[in-house]
Design a protein around this ligand. Structure first.
Ligand code: SF4
Ligand code: SF4
Length: 73
């Protein structure tokens, strides 16, 4: 199921708490909810992904990780 890019999902997205969510994403890009959007333009240093613990991920039955790298679910 396509993940809706809405404020409710953005507020529940765990990306900002993720160890991989680095300085570029935080201070330059300032976005998240990658499973509903495009992948990040920032360089990604994979430090783990917490999509598996995310309520949005479970609502939409997402099985992948690193949506910041792979883009929309
Ligand atoms: S599944 Fe991952 S990318 Fe999607 S809302 Fe949750 S933490 Fe963010
Ligand atoms: S998609 Fe996964 S790895 Fe990327 S910032 Fe979100 S929780 Fe972290």
């Amino acid at each position: 199921m396509k993940v809706l890019d809405n404020n409710e999902n953005l507020m529940r997205c765990l990306c900002p708490n993720c160890p991989t969510y680095g300085a570029c994403m935080k201070t330059e890009e300032k976005t998240a909810l990658y499973c509903a959007r495009n992948s990040t333009r920032c360089a990604v240093d994979k430090q783990g992904c917490i999509c598996g613990e995310c309520p949005v991920g479970s609502d939409y039955r997402l099985n992948d990780m690193y949506y910041c790298v792979i883009g929309k679910a």
